[in-house]
Design a protein around this ligand. Structure first.
Ligand SMILES: [Zn+2]
Length: 368
C-alpha cells in the first residue's frame, strides 16, 4: 500500500489520462444527420407516464443546433398512443420525425395466432402513419407462448408479421440480446462487472440459479444470434435494422459475414461507440465495407454533447477519449475510445443517406 493513499474501491478509481494528443471536438457534423434510433418518450419504458413527451419546439431547436435533420422515434406503440405520438411529433413535422410502431407483447402468452394478430396490428399502424416497426429484445429473451416455451426469434408463427413488413416496405428495427458480457458469469473477469452490479436485472447468464422462480433460464447469446441469422436469411424481402451494430458490436466479423449474406440486413451504431471505438481499425473497415447499410443513431436522450461525442468518434482521429459525457470512466466498461476518421463519402451515407433510403421505401408504399 502506498503511504498516505490508502485503499480505494473500483468505482472510486477514475484515472485521468496524462496523454497529450490532438483534441478535435466537432460542434456540428460534417453532413446533416438522421438519428435513426431514438426514444421520444411518452411512458413506453416501464409502462410509466413519468417520461413525458418533449416540447417539440425545444427539441427542434436542439436538433438544429447539432444539425440533426430527423429523429426516428421508436416509441410509437400502437392504437391510441401511436396516434398521439404521431400527432405530437410526426404530423406537424413529417420531415423531422419518423415514428415507428410496436407490438403487443402481452398477447404472445395467450393468443395462439399472435403472428397474424401482430401482422394486422402492423397494417393498422402503418395505415395510421407509422414508418417502421420496433421489436424489443424481449423476443428471444423472455417472450413465451401458451405452453410456457420461449419463442425463438425465427419462430414460424411470426412469419405473417415479417411478410407484412415486407409487403408494406417498412423497415423493422430489431434488438436481439444485449452486450455479450451480460450473458457471462458475473465474476472478476466480466468486462461489464460494474454495470451489471448496478443493474442485476440486465444479467442473462443462462445457468444462474432460478431462486424464487421469477428468473427463467435464458437462451445463450450464441443461440440467440443463430436464431437471428435464421430470421434474416428466411425473410430476405424484409428490411431489418439490427440495433446497436447488428446486435453484436463485439464481433464485427459476425455482423459483416451476415451482412454479406443478407442484403436486407442493416445496422445502426446506436449506444455502441464504446464498443466500436475500442476497435477503431476493425470498426473503420466495417463501416467502409458496409457503407450503404450502416446507420447513424444514438439511443440516447437528445443532448448536444452526446451528439458531439458521436461526431468526434465518426469524424476525427482523436485518441483515447471518453465515450461518456458524464466523466472520464464510462458506465459501460472501463476503457476509452478512438475516432475512426471516416471518409466524406462514407460519412454522408452513414449520417443521412442510408436512413433516408430505408425510410423512403415506406413513404411510397401506398397503404391506406
Ligand atoms: Zn433503443
Amino acid at each position: 500500500m502506498v503511504p498516505g493513499n490508502g485503499e480505494i474501491t473500483l468505482p472510486e478509481y477514475a484515472p485521468r489520462p496524462m496523454l497529450t494528443v490532438p483534441v478535435n471536438k466537432p460542434i456540428r457534423p460534417r453532413f446533416d444527420a438522421i438519428d435513426a434510433h431514438n426514444h421520444l418518450g411518452g411512458g413506453v419504458f416501464g409502462g410509466s407516464e413519468s417520461f413525458p413527451r418533449w416540447p417539440v419546439d425545444q427539441l427542434l431547436h436542439l436538433m438544429d443546433e447539432v444539425a440533426v435533420r430527423m429523429i426516428v422515434d421508436l416509441d410509437g406503440g400502437w392504437g391510441d398512443r401511436l396516434h398521439e405520438e404521431i400527432a405530437h411529433y410526426q404530423e406537424p413535422h413529417p420531415d423531422r420525425f419518423a415514428v415507428f410502431s410496436g407490438l403487443d407483447y402481452e398477447n404472445f402468452a395467450t393468443d395462439p395466432s399472435f403472428g397474424e394478430t401482430e401482422a394486422r396490428r402492423l397494417r393498422d399502424s402503418v395505415a395510421s402513419g407509422a414508418r417502421g416497426l420496433k421489436v424489443w429484445k424481449v423476443l428471444g429473451l423472455r417472450l413465451r407462448d401458451q405452453q410456457g416455451r420461449l419463442i425463438p426469434i425465427d419462430d414460424e408463427r411470426l412469419d405473417p408479421l415479417w411478410a407484412t413488413a415486407a409487403e408494406l416496405r417498412v423497415p423493422v428495427m430489431i434488438h436481439i440480446a444485449d452486450p455479450v458480457a451480460f450473458f457471462q458469469p458475473l465474476d472478476r473477469f466480466n468486462e461489464r462487472w460494474e454495470e451489471l452490479n448496478r443493474h442485476p436485472d440486465w444479467h442473462f447468464y443462462p445457468t444462474r440459479p432460478k431462486g424464487d422462480g421469477t428468473h427463467p433460464d435464458f437462451a445463450s447469446f450464441d443461440e440467440l444470434m443463430e436464431q437471428f441469422e435464421g430470421l434474416l436469411t428466411r425473410h430476405s424481402a424484409t428490411t431489418f435494422i439490427g440495433a446497436h451494430v447488428g446486435c453484436y458490436a463485439e464481433n464485427l466479423g459476425w455482423v459483416s459475414r451476415v451482412m454479406d449474406k443478407c442484403p436486407n440486413f442493416y445496422a445502426d451504431i446506436s449506444a455502441r461507440i464504446q464498443e466500436l471505438g475500442r476497435q477503431p481499425f476493425t470498426a473503420r473497415d466495417f463501416m467502409i465495407r458496409h457503407q450503404d447499410r450502416v446507420l447513424f443513431g444514438t439511443d440516447a436522450t437528445p443532448d448536444a454533447e452526446v451528439y458531439r461525442i458521436y461526431y468526434r468518434f465518426l469524424e476525427t482521429r482523436d485518441e483515447y477519449f471518453s465515450s461518456s459525457n458524464r466523466g472520464e470512466v464510462p458506465g459501460n466498461g472501463r476503457w476509452m475510445i478512438y475516432g475512426v476518421d471516416l471518409p466524406d463519402d462514407v460519412l454522408r451515407k452513414v449520417y443521412y443517406d442510408n436512413a433516408h433510403h430505408v425510410l423512403s421505401a415506406a413513404v411510397t408504399s401506398g397503404v391506406k
